[in-house]
Design a protein around this ligand. Structure first.
Ligand code: M6R
Length: 607
């Protein structure tokens, strides 16, 4: 899950590459590097760690040249060291790579047998040495690159520059996205339009299996069969403006505080506040005519999908299978003809979910994606897309994108319920009204920041934390645990409250905070009983509830945080906010890198 970029420019390439890499750092921050052609020869600068380190290297040791490639790395093969940092080069060719070359071991053995000496443990170097071998045999760069592409398997995007060819850049896409940008006498390639947006808005996307030869004036595209192909140039809507933190310490904090606006914007997109009707655009399937629905997603987006399953099953009486994409894609799921699926993703680039998308479409399913990035691969390749109006989410931990996904799924559940005649107009109006109250309640929750920070002080001392919830609160318990793990590095688990006594209750002692998501409603009594069982065994129960649930929980809970009361339907959206805020405060107290936690990347483009 690396970011790649390339420039054939008029001005020095390194500053442009660095700026584009800043916009790609969400893909990985283990190391970064740039190579350019200087007097026809390849030169490079690389640094371990975040992009700032590479910027420092370039300040001390500038890199001239107007043609170059750049890379920001999320390590897959080989430790995140400077030696393994891209670009990987020989005297003839330099390459940046996103993805995995799966047959690298076999190719490496073959090349070593021919005398090649490898310098790194990366899979990328096999491609470099393969191209180099073809160049050594006398092939021109294009022929060498194409021949090497025929030998590699896996999912990747690649870009290469060649010694002695100052206005040539070759790039390829197979399973990982790649965009070509058209400037005025300048050309660019990049992992996405976001990276290229400050440089040009005129973008062409490579299709699966494509490769492209770029010079200073334009691009020649070739399809998977190596035949010349036409690819449409479109004007991207992605903004070239830098996204800042404003007055917040971290992007995550800023993004948490954007919840009310994002929820308002997303709901307005699909809900008419005057008529209290859900207004969905034309969907790629008719919800009244399907017998089953598949939901596939990863991480927090999957947890949104789990909530979606509760809602859609309840309101539309439509059976839903929700699965993580990495399992779904390999379990050979039986899919009925004419079936339908919803894919959920902030980035719209997550590799496992992209694979699920292709599998679903090959199986004749109609796929609707719920995505935050309108020009993402998922949005482009699905049969239809509903956008979450969350704006750019920079913090690795998903916050506002998650609640925006919930808002879209809530609207879909209502829309499906109406289409399947399971919901009356009255019910629809009541549920819509509940949703419309969410943004102002979200704002009220953010004002409880100090209380949540106090709770965070307790949680920050723990080694293990349990989050409990029932019904649609169960996925929110999982979200609380996921968020805490990923940014504070405290071990946390989310459980269905009723499942505790089947094993996890053995973990309870006075050192383990039990964080309960327990709004009043039909499941309140059951959850409260499970919490009492935990308290009776010395567990330290800390509960989120509303005014109606407060008194009952105060009898045994160490802390109770009273959240605004809202119709049961919308509680998952609201209760997600304090658990995310809690994780944020714990991470700040622990002094971790909140926006770029260790080992992670914002967009997971390898499987
Ligand atoms: O871009 P996506 O929504 O497809 O990403 C899915 C997950 O990688 C993502 O939600 C991840 O779990 C977050 N870091 C959670 O905060």
């Amino acid at each position: 899950m690396c970011g790649i970029v390339g420039v054939i420019g008029k001005a020095p390439a390194a500053p442009l590459l660095l700026e584009a890499l800043r916009r790609l750092e969400y893909r990985g921050y283990d190391s970064a590097g740039i190579a350019t052609l200087v007097d026809g020869h390849i030169e490079r600068r690389r640094a371990e760690g975040k992009l700032g380190n590479l910027a420092g290297v370039l300040e001390r040791d500038a890199l001239p040249g107007t043609t170059g490639i750049g890379h920001t790395r999320w390590a897959t093969h080989g430790a995140p060291t400077e030696r393994n940092a891209h670009p990987h080069s020989t005297a003839r060719v330099s390459v940046v790579h996103n993805g995995i070359i799966e047959n690298h071991a076999e190719l490496r053995a073959e090349l070593e047998a021919k005398g090649a000496v490898f310098e790194t443990e990366t899979d990328t170097e096999t491609f470099v040495r393969l191209v180099d071998d073809f160049l050594r045999q006398g092939h021109e760069p294009q022929a060498a690159f194409a021949a090497a592409l025929r030998r590699v398997h896996g999912a990747f995007a690649l870009a290469a520059i060649f010694s002695g060819h100052p206005r040539l850049l070759l790039a390829a896409r197979q399973g990982a996205p790649l965009a070509v940008g058209f400037g005025e006498g300048e050309m660019f390639v990049g992992s996405d339009a976001l990276a290229l947006a400050p440089l040009t808005r005129r973008i062409a996307y490579l299709k699966e299996g494509d490769w492209v030869a770029v010079d200073g004036e334009g691009a020649r595209f070739f399809d998977a069969a190596h035949q010349p192909a036409e690819r449409r140039v479109t004007v991207t809507a992605v903004s070239g403006a830098a996204v800042g933190k404003g007055n917040y310490r971290h992007f995550m904090e800023k993004e948490l505080h954007e919840h009310p606006a994002v929820l308002g914007d997303t709901l307005r997109q699909y809900l008419d506040p005057k008529t209290l009707e859900v207004r969905l655009p034309r969907l790629p399937f008719d919800p009244a005519r399907i017998g089953r629905l598949t939901i596939s997603a990863c991480g927090s987006a999957f947890l949104a999908g789990m909530v979606g399953r509760y809602w859609i099953e309840q309101l539309a009486r439509l059976p839903v299978d929700a699965d993580v994409a990495s399992e779904f894609r390999y379990r050979n799921p039986p899919l009925a003809d004419g079936g339908a699926a919803i894919l959920i993703s902030q980035s719209g680039e997550t590799a496992d979910n992209m694979a699920a998308l292709r599998l679903l479409r090959e199986a004749g399913q109609r796929v609707l994606s719920v995505v935050n990035v309108p020009e993402s691969s998922m949005a482009r390749e699905s049969d239809g897309a509903l956008l979450t109006v969350a704006g750019p989410e920079i913090g690795v931990a998903s916050t506002k994108a998650f609640t925006a996904q919930l808002a879209v799924l809530a609207c879909l559940a209502i829309g499906f319920g109406r289409a399947r005649r399971e919901l009356s107009t009255l019910d629809e109006g009541r549920l819509a009204q509940t949703l419309l109250e969410v943004p102002s309640h979200a704002a009220a929750i953010l004002e409880q920041d100090a209380q949540i920070r106090e709770l965070a002080m307790e949680v920050a001392k723990a080694r293990d934390v349990l989050f409990l919830g029932r019904g649609a609160m169960y996925p929110i318990a999982l979200e609380g645990a996921l968020k805490l793990k990923e940014i504070s590095y405290i071990h946390a688990e989310g459980y269905a409250a009723g499942e505790m006594k089947h094993g996890p209750i053995a973990l309870i002692d006075s050192d383990v905070p039990v964080i309960a998501l327990c709004p009043s409603g039909p499941l309140f009594e059951k959850t409260a009983s499970n919490l009492q069982e935990a308290a009776a065994r010395g567990g330290r129960v800390m509960a989120f509830t509303d005014a109606e649930g407060e008194a009952a929980l105060r009898r045994f809970a160490e802390r109770v945080i009273v959240l605004p009361r809202i119709g049961e339907f919308a509680t998952p959206i609201l209760y997600a906010i304090p658990v995310q805020l809690l994780a944020y405060h714990v991470a700040v107290l622990k002094g971790t890198d909140v926006d770029q936690p260790r080992n992670l990347a914002k967009s997971v483009t390898v499987e």
